[in-house]
Ligand binder design. Structure first.
Ligand code: NCD
Length: 307
């Protein structure tokens, strides 16, 4: 059983809760692979997604997950809602909460926004990305994919390359992987490497080559141009020259090392299309596993509400 009514971040989850979600997701994946993508786990329940930032994968996978499990689901985004009339986040979520919502999935540009909201609503709040802080369900689907393919998490060497500073995905992965005994190496432009990471146990590498050497998993992170206030690197071409996960660089990783990316990918920047589409790439699988993981999260939060 999950301990909290909400899923706010990997920082807040205990290792046994992470394993519980991954194990439940394995069951859900079997449902997705069967001819009948339907369960009754969320029958009579409601799920609302509230997004203040753009999304394709996260939002759609929560919506599909809710529908596969029989919930009433609805989406609302900041554009097209009363947010445009100046309504506050708190008034917006209170309104949603009062429509008998059981689970509120929210994405917001401000770090910590869901943490402020969670104690003020009856619904279970799921963080679908808060600013530069966390994106827990992305980390869960990343871990699920690694465990599914490699059979374990403990002792894995995971290289994360790119815009670590702006990446809530990197932060959630760092928390989650270190809790389950995997080792993280980070590489990226020094201007995109946050300070104070030494305490997380991650190894900060000076070059991509160094990070990839002998790695089991190689993950690219999108260069988040929308979160940059000033140019943190001279040009896209310059970034690609030093930090792109090229086939040559990938050859330094273990044979058959997994290539991952949370998406959306800037092809030719984080990695060339050749690597994105290579047999080592599990990027498409990450998307499929994202639905299974979100089904598991919704199932477990609902089970706790019923208890
Ligand atoms: C990520 C996000 O929004 O944090 N996307 C996602 O959910 N798959 C990563 C990104 O936008 O770069």
């Amino acid at each position: 059983m999950l301990r909290s009514k909400d899923l706010l971040g990997m920082q807040e989850l205990a290792p046994d809760e992470i394993v519980l979600i991954l194990d439940s997701a394995a069951t859900m994946k079997r449902v997705l692979e069967s001819g009948n993508k339907k369960t009754a786990h969320l029958q009579g329940r409601s799920v609302v997604t509230l997004f203040y930032e753009n999304s394709t994968r996260t939002r759609l996978s929560f919506e599909m997950a809710s529908k596969f499990m029989g919930a009433a689901s609805a989406n609302i985004s900041s554009s097209g809602s009363s947010v445009q009339k100046g309504e506050s986040l708190l008034d917006t979520v209170r309104t949603i909460d009062r429509m008998a919502t059981d689970v509120l999935v929210m994405r917001h540009p401000q770090s910590g926004a869901p943490h402020g909201i969670a104690p003020r609503v009856r619904a279970s709040v799921v963080n679908a990305g808060d600013g530069m802080n966390e994106h827990p369900t992305q980390a869960l689907l990343d871990l699920f994919t690694m465990r599914d393919r490699l059979g374990r998490l403990e002792g894995l060497e995971v290289a994360i390359v790119g815009d670590v500073l702006h990446s809530r995905v990197a932060r959630s992965d760092l928390w989650a992987l270190s809790k389950l005994g995997a080792h993280v190496r980070l590489a990226g432009p020094p201007t995109m490497m946050p300070r104070g990471l030494e305490g997380t146990g991650a190894r900060i590498c000076r070059t991509v080559d160094e990070a990839l050497e002998g790695a089991d998993v190689v993950m690219g992170l999108r260069v988040q141009l929308e979160r940059q206030k000033s140019g943190l690197f001279p040009s896209i071409a310059e970034y690609a020259r030093f930090f792109s996960i090229s086939a040559d660089r990938l050859a330094r990783a273990k044979p058959g090392a997994l290539v991952m990316h949370p998406g959306p990918c800037n092809h030719g920047v984080e990695m060339p299309t050749l690597v994105y589409d290579s047999p080592q790439s599990v990027i498409d699988e990450q998307v499929t596993n994202g639905v299974a993981v979100r089904m598991a999260v919704l199932y477990l939060l609902n089970a706790r509400r019923n208890a």
